[in-house]
Design a protein around this ligand. Structure first.
Ligand code: BGC
Length: 245
């Protein structure tokens, strides 16, 4: 039987956030706790933060983690915005070892997608939903007939000769000190490139940016209907909890 309450943890480029989640409602059962992502964000350093979060909540149950890379069966394959030492590390085994608890690890955008499909903006959609998380990087999750196609990496399609996330992420907006209009212009280019390849029925924008839709949503011009994540930035925590089987 599934655990009813799971500690969901969202591992991000600037913060690692966790909360106990009731997976039947998506609600937090305690206030979420955030710890700065250590620099450098090595496997050992992040594992210690996971342990600290478990201790903070006196946790003895299962843990679900959303991780900002390709993760297959717990094994990390890529490291675009994390320390290169992560490649080929089994995050599931490492986090289970340091916490002594059962840990599941999935891609962070896939986690956000699971939460939005179950409790948020994708709740009623049966067809093709594309979730795009915009933060330090750009992450994607694809659902067809409510089923996840795991580990899609559409933040890395090429735009102007580089990964699209370097041009259109929230980190790129901050780094290049872009006004919202200029950033939206870049993001529209990204959306247009995606829409040459895919025909989703709905696009859900998540990640750090989804907290302030009033700044940019009206500036975006995709062909596809577009909304921001209903669970906003908490989708990553809720979805990480949902990933626990
Ligand atoms: C990574 C993805 C991740 C996304 C958002 C990208 O750089 O390649 O795996 O989902 O950032 O964190």
């Amino acid at each position: 039987m599934k655990n009813q309450v799971v500690l969901g943890i969202d591992i991000g480029g600037s913060g690692i956030k966790g909360a106990p989640v009731d997976i039947s409602t998506g609600e937090f059962l305690a206030e979420r706790h955030r710890i700065e992502t250590p620099i450098p964000a090595t496997p050992e350093a992040i594992a210690q933060v996971i342990k600290q979060l478990a201790e903070h909540f006196n946790w003895t149950g299962s843990i679900g983690c959303g991780f900002p890379a390709v993760v297959q069966n717990g094994l990390v394959y890529t490291a675009s915005n994390i320390d290169a030492a992560w490649i080929n590390i089994n995050a599931k085994k490492l986090f289970s070892k340091v916490t002594g608890l059962k840990v599941t690890v999935i891609n962070d955008a896939d986690a956000a997608g699971l939460a939005e499909m179950k409790f948020g903006a994708g709740k009623k959609n049966k067809d093709f939903v594309l979730i795009i998380t915009v933060g330090t990087g750009i992450g994607t999750a694809i659902f067809t007939r409510r089923k996840l196609l795991p580990n899609t990496e559409l933040g890395h399609i090429q735009l102007h000769g580089d990964s699209a996330e370097r041009y259109a992420s929230d980190a790129a907006r901050k780094k290049d000190e872009l006004e919202w209009e200029s950033w939206a212009g870049r993001f529209n280019e990204y959306l247009a490139a995606l829409e040459k390849l895919f025909y989703p029925d709905l696009i859900i924008l998540g990640g750090g940016l989804s907290k302030k839709p009033e700044k940019f949503l009206h500036l975006l011009t995709p062909r596809t209907p577009i909304v921001t994540a209903r669970l906003q930035n908490n989708a990553g925590i809720v979805g990480a909890a949902l990933a626990v089987k």
